[in-house]
Design a protein around this ligand. Structure first.
Ligand code: SF4
Ligand code: SF4
Length: 80
């Protein structure tokens, strides 16, 4: 059974730097084109299914804005 991951982005913390977008090996993160946070940035979001819950996006985010879940459980370290 394939691993299922998902992320939660604290939109208020996101500064739209796209580090997570570039780092995601599954290419499933985009900056939301139709949302703007209180700082004026388009926040990161999952664009499509396919997140494995590897945790890389959370690791590279300078704002600690991303929480990663793998098979329903929050992960606290890199899980590749
Ligand atoms: S946990 Fe891994 S696969 Fe999922 S969005 Fe983050 S970098 Fe991409
Ligand atoms: S790395 Fe963090 S701050 Fe940068 S776009 Fe992704 S979620 Fe936002």
């Amino acid at each position: 059974m394939p691993v299922k991951g998902r992320i939660e982005v604290k939109e208020l913390l996101c500064k739209g730097c796209e580090l997570c977008v570039g780092a995601c090996p599954q290419h499933v993160i985009i900056l939301s084109p139709d949302r703007i946070n209180a700082k004026g940035y388009h926040p990161a979001t999952l664009a499509v299914e396919g997140c494995t819950g590897c945790g890389i996006c959370s690791l590279v985010c300078p704002e600690a804005a991303i929480t990663v879940y793998r098979d329903g459980s929050k992960i606290n370290k890199l899980n590749v």
